[in-house]
Design a protein around this ligand. Structure first.
Ligand code: SF4
Length: 317
């Protein structure tokens, strides 16, 4: 007679994930919002990499873009305004095994979160930071953000924003220990995808500014860039972001730029006439706080626990 051996187990099949495995709640962004393209690129990328959803965490602050963790079926933290980066650093310090993505907006990162932005870049902990920059506060209905261009109409400045905008690329490049700075655009999905892939592959903090359309409050703001490709400079290099022919066709204004050249990166980032798309800067040798955390900053775990116990004992009744 046929019978199963006592120790027989069904063969283990490799788990394979499809897009639906990464889909969270239904996005509540406006139709045509650039945030949808970022969400889609991220979901496709983690699916292509077959990253287990339970090994992914998406952290955000407050703003339209910061709703992104709700729409990814993974761990997520929709935090306080401007505080995405310190939360992400905390996650990274305790869970080096997780794939960590941060969604932040120009209001979230470049206004209330500026101090955290500067220090997170300096800490250079391993994470992919996506700055979804639509040049306006969308969630609070068209108030000027730090990246709103001078003279641009907004609800807080009906006569036009009076100050020049912050340049997030130049600012990040100028922060000590910056290790990966790139720019992409929501309307070019292949480049967006390739940029996220390169950013995730980088060991350290990768800062990706996404030029993001807000058709509701900044209708037509990026039309000029889309209609006139000469206004966009595609940065290419063997050490840069690999782009397929479709991207090269969309951005025919190409220039070779070695991402190891910081001064060159700052020149492209500060150019007022053309917008760079691609990898501006990468330094694989930059120090990372992850290394110090892994070494316990020189203090063994049992010594730390004893110190905490001593502190707690002070409050024992
Ligand atoms: S207000 Fe703008 S940024 Fe916010 S969801 Fe709508 S289109 Fe997107």
């Amino acid at each position: 007679m046929y019978e199963l051996k006592q120790d027989w187990m069904p063969p283990e099949r490799p788990q394979s994930y499809c897009l639906e495995d990464y889909e969270g709640g239904a996005p509540r962004w406006c139709p045509g919002c650039g945030d949808l393209a970022v969400l889609s690129a991220l979901q496709r990328y983690v699916r292509d990499q077959q990253l287990p959803p339970e090994k992914i965490v998406v952290v955000s602050g407050i703003g339209c873009s910061s709703r992104l963790p709700h729409y990814v079926k993974a761990y997520g933290f929709h935090g306080l305004h401007g505080r995405a980066l310190p939360v992400a650093c905390g996650v990274r310090s305790r869970r080096p095994d997780l794939h960590l993505f941060v969604a932040t907006g120009d209001g979230d990162c470049c206004a209330i979160g500026t101090a955290h932005w500067i220090h997170a870049i300096r800490y250079n902990m391993n994470m992919t930071v996506m700055l979804l920059d639509n040049n306006i506060y969308g969630l609070t209905k068209m108030q000027s953000s730090p990246t709103t261009g001078k003279g641009h109409y907004s609800n807080t400045h009906p006569g036009g924003a009076p100050l020049s905008a912050i340049n997030p690329l130049l600012t990040t490049l100028s922060i000590t220990n910056a290790s990966f700075v790139a720019q992409t655009a929501d309307w070019n999905p292949p480049h967006l995808y390739a940029t996220l892939a390169a950013a995730h592959a980088h060991k350290g903090l990768s800062f990706v500014r996404v030029l993001q359309r807000c058709p509701h409050f900044m209708a037509g703001y990026f039309d000029e860039l889309q209609k006139d490709p000469s206004l966009v400079r595609l940065l290419t290099h063997e050490n840069g972001i690999a782009v397929d022919p479709a991207v090269q066709k969309a951005f025919p204004n190409r220039v070779e730029h070695d991402p190891g050249d910081l001064a060159g990166a700052m020149k492209f980032a500060g150019d007022r006439e053309t917008h760079p798309i691609g990898l501006l800067y990468r330094n694989d040798q930059a120090e990372s706080y992850d290394t110090f955390m892994a070494s316990g900053l020189g203090t063994p775990a049992n010594v730390k626990v004893a110190a905490i116990e001593r502190e707690l004992d002070r409050f024992t009744i």
